[in-house]
Design a protein around this ligand. Structure first.
Ligand code: KIV
Ligand code: ZN
Length: 496
């Protein structure tokens, strides 16, 4: 009997965080984990505890604070990795050690430099060791879809013999097609799970050919009962299966999949927004489920049909994924109205943060007239990140043909310093002036400006990612003035 409960395993904080340029602090990870808990995902893979002290700290912080979802940490087939994973997660109400090794010839030969026999022995000993510490063990055969099938089945059976309760079959390089994956998962289901009620077969698909969600869903037909994904589909290279797309596909096409999930779909949009905000990874406008155009109707024919009956062009409602919740504050809103809006968003600020947020809100509302929810959240995010030692006092720029200059004044630990600089453009000139004031050799890795409201007076969110002494840092600011906001965002990154 294929049981009909599907486990949603979210790896935004582990595989998702492995995306280039993403560097979340332990506190930022906790904020995302808390939101994932509201989304009611079953398992949160909080990180790879042995990979760095920061990752260990993030995993441990999440394990201490999350009550309902199971907390997993990744570990290589090595006693030290397994012990560190266990130390970080053992305080959780429910914990899982996720052990992995590679099984494809290409990975064993060029990456692990191990023979099949050595890999099989690693898998056996590691699962056995992890099982002594924790009852809930997941085993993953990295690059499973390019692994010799007989060998894959042998390794997976060994993991089950030693007590693994979840068997994961990753399409690590996003190579499989739905047909391949269905065949492979069917064999794993028949030969590895057999009739064992205690073993769950899991999918973990990467999106190199854009097939991650399709492959994961196909695997349900073969009996898989756990899908691993990341919010907004972030992850190595082209990313992972999108958690939110899986949730909505299962809910919308119950007729096809017939499996139950626990997810709270109304939390999807907020989860997506938070992940995008903290990672600095924008969500493409036409992204399924969470893109800002996912529920917009442009052409006359579509609008006409839609206005008569939503279902003409809508298979799920924006409300069902939380896309419609908007709070608007006006320029005349006072402290009480502002406080009330924060309360509705479950935001609790201390007095200092509240006062600074209110001040920023007033400045923006004065210029813009009204503030929507996304702007309010951006203001709070900006304030939460800004107990900064260096503050922007003023910036002025000049640009003519190919030449630009900037004059920047910063308050550095209470002292005002001004420098002028030139550059290829206004932003380059302003950033150079900031670097000269702070004597910094940070390198700009990524810089993005995105409007978070509509119209010519739109508020822009500016994200800056820098490499500062080999540390990736990210800054974010919102402003109606792009130059001012860019310097603020650059300073936020430098201040981290
Ligand atoms: O893609 C992959 O194979 C992984 C494993 C560690 C599960 O991320
Ligand atoms: Zn992966």
């Amino acid at each position: 009997m294929k049981n009909d409960r599907l486990i949603i395993f979210d790896t935004t904080l582990r595989d998702g965080e492995q995306s280039p340029g993403i560097a979340l602090t332990p506190n930022e990870k906790l904020l995302i984990a808390q939101q994932l808990e509201k989304l009611k995902v079953d398992v949160i893979e909080a990180g790879f505890a042995a990979s760095s002290p920061g990752d260990w700290e993030g995993v441990n912080l999440i394990a201490k604070n999350i009550k309902n979802s199971t907390i997993a940490s990744l570990a290589r087939c090595h006693p030290d990795d397994i012990e560190q994973a266990w130390e970080a997660i053992k305080v959780a109400n429910n914990s899982r050690i996720h052990v992995f090794t590679s099984t494809s010839q290409i990975h064993m030969e060029h990456m692990l430099r191990k023979t099949k026999e050595e890999v099989l022995k690693d898998a056996r000993e590691s699962v056995k060791y992890a099982k002594k510490l924790c009852d809930n063990i997941e085993f993953s055969a990295q690059d499973a879809t390019r692994t010799d099938k007989d060998f894959l089945i042998e390794v997976l059976k060994t993991a089950v013999e030693e007590g693994a309760t979840t068997i994961n079959v990753p399409d690590t390089v996003g190579y499989a097609t739905p047909k391949d994956y269905l065949e492979l998962l069917t064999s794993v289901y028949d030969e590895v799970k057999g009739g064992n009620e205690d073993v769950i077969i899991s999918t973990h698909c990467h999106n190199d050919l854009g097939l991650a969600v399709a492959n994961s869903l196909t695997a349900i037909t073969a009996g898989a009962r756990q899908i691993e994904g990341a919010i907004n589909g972030i992850g190595e290279r082209a990313g992972n299966t999108s958690t939110e797309e899986i949730i909505m596909a299962i809910k919308t096409r119950q007729d096809q999949y017939g499996v139950e999930i626990n997810a709270e779909t109304k939390e999807i949009f907020e989860t997506s927004r938070l992940v995008s905000k903290l990672t600095g990874y924008p969500v493409q406008y036409n992204k399924a489920v969470v893109g800002k155009n996912a529920f917009s109707h442009e052409s006359g024919i579509h609008q006409h049909g839609f206005l008569r009956n939503r279902t003409t062009y809508e298979i799920m409602s924006p409300d069902s994924v939380g896309q419609e919740a908007k709070i608007v504050l006006g320029k005349h809103s006072g402290r009480a109205g502002f406080k009330d809006a924060l309360k509705k968003l479950n935001i609790d600020l201390d007095e200092v943060a509240f006062n600074s947020s209110f001040e920023t809100f007033k400045k923006i509302a004065d210029r813009k007239g009204e503030i929507v929810e996304s702007e309010l959240l951006a203001i709070i995010g900006q304030i939460e990140n800004s107990l900064d030692k260096t503050k922007l006092v003023s910036v002025s720029v000049n640009s003519k043909d190919d030449f630009a200059s900037a004059k920047v004044t910063l308050n550095v630990n209470g002292k005002e310093i001004t420098k002028e600089s030139t550059g290829d453009g206004m932003i380059h000139a302003a950033f150079t002036a900031v670097k000269n004031i702070l004597n910094s050799d940070a390198v700009l890795i990524d810089y993005r400006v995105e409007s978070i409201t509509k119209g010519a007076d739109a508020t822009a969110e500016i994200v800056t990612i820098i490499n500062d002494k080999n540390l990736m840092k990210q800054g974010r600011a919102i402003s109606t003035d792009v130059v001012h906001g860019s310097v603020e965002s650059f300073l936020k990154a430098l201040n981290k």
